[in-house]
Design a protein around this ligand. Structure first.
Ligand code: ATP
Ligand code: MG
Length: 314
């Protein structure tokens, strides 16, 4: 659905445009149909610039991209018809009603039965009751919901969401998140940038960690495994020193750490190894109280990637 190769954006900055700023460097990426793809990176990483390039709003300095099968730079009109975009600070006609705002966009996109579409999205995003109020009187969350509706009014196959929940309260964020999930079940492709790693972990099939260049790309669970392997903690009533060697010598176990009354064991295949370890420990006289997997958050992975990349650039 989205395919880029060597996508690059260099801005010329300074009074005389004498300085070059590389915002996006050599981005090669593929997002499948129906996938929710998360684009994560710190402030100034180049996320918005990427979204703007992919939606035909700004021209890449180098590289190529195909969006919904259309060539960026050649079929930009078709691309615009097939993508919806929620920008960082969506502009609306403040003096017009929510309904009117949506109708204007529906007309702009030649939406066939525009009244029906407008009504559908007003109700889906919980704005039906407020449809006759001016957007100037809306709260931030309501504006954001309206902006999501606007991005969808022409039923695009691909939706670009630039930080869809930033600045929203937990309830409004949840409405937007639930909505993304619903769109996914409809088979739409979603490319979202976010700072909210929890959200990325819940919603996204794959995430790319990005800072000027793509640092890594995988599903949240594969990233966790790749970075840290899988670790399982065994809580025992008491820990005897000999048990560390006992489990270390078992097949499939990696590093074993002992702390308090716990054994923390790196395992390739915990589903296979856990029962055997429990059995061996019990035979040796241990009382096993709990067994649990230690999950690294996407946040830890993200921080590590971004910090390493910053160190590399210095
Ligand atoms: N129109 C522009 N002219 C010059 N420089 C720009 C322009 N747009 C973006 N930049 C620069 O490109 C870099 C990437 O900006 P971008 O807005 O893409 O970051 P971002 O990842 O979206 O950050 P944030 O998380 O803060 O939204 C920044 O250094 C920014 O100053
Ligand atoms: Mg941005």
């Amino acid at each position: 659905m989205i395919k880029t190769q060597g996508l690059t954006k260099v801005f010329k900055i300074g009074k005389k445009e004498e300085t070059e700023l590389v915002a996006v460097n050599d981005l090669t990426l593929e997002v499948e149909r129906g996938e929710v793809f998360g684009f994560l990176g710190p402030n100034g990483a180049g996320k918005t610039t990427t979204v703007r390039m992919l939606t035909g709003l700004i021209r890449p300095s180098a590289g190529i991209a195909q969006i919904a099968g259309f060539e960026l730079g050649k079929n930009d009109t078709e691309i615009r018809q097939n993508v919806g975009i929620l920008t960082e600070s969506p502009g609306m006609y403040d003096r017009l009603t929510a309904e009117k705002n949506l109708t204007i966009f529906a007309n702009l996109y030649d939406v066939p039965d525009n009244e029906k579409s407008v009504n559908k999205y007003l109700s889906m995003l919980g704005l039906w009751e407020r449809r006759n109020d001016t957007v100037g009187s809306f709260s931030k969350g309501m504006r954001q919901k309206l902006a999501v509706a606007r991005a969808l009014i022409h039923e695009p196959q691909i939706l670009f969401l630039d930080e869809p929940t930033t600045g929203l309260d937990p309830e409004a964020s949840k409405t937007v998140r639930d909505f993304v999930e619903e769109l996914k079940t409809e088979g739409r492709t979603i490319f979202m940038t976010t700072h909210n790693l929890d959200e990325a972990e819940k919603l996204c099939d794959r995430v790319g960690i990005f800072q000027q260049r793509l640092l890594t790309l995988d599903s949240p669970s594969n990233l966790r495994e790749k970075m840290y392997g899988r670790r399982v903690v065994f809580h025992l009533r008491e820990l005897q020193p000999g048990w560390v060697d006992l489990v270390s010598n078992m097949p499939g176990t990696g590093n074993v750490e002992a702390a308090d009354n716990k054994l923390v064991i790196s395992l390739k295949d915990p589903e296979q190894s856990n029962p055997e370890i429990v059995k061996a420990l019990v035979l040796a006289g241990a009382e096993v109280q709990f067994v649990g997997e230690i999950r690294h958050s996407l946040e830890q992975i993200y921080l590590e990637m971004v910090n390493n990349s910053e160190r590399g650039q210095r």
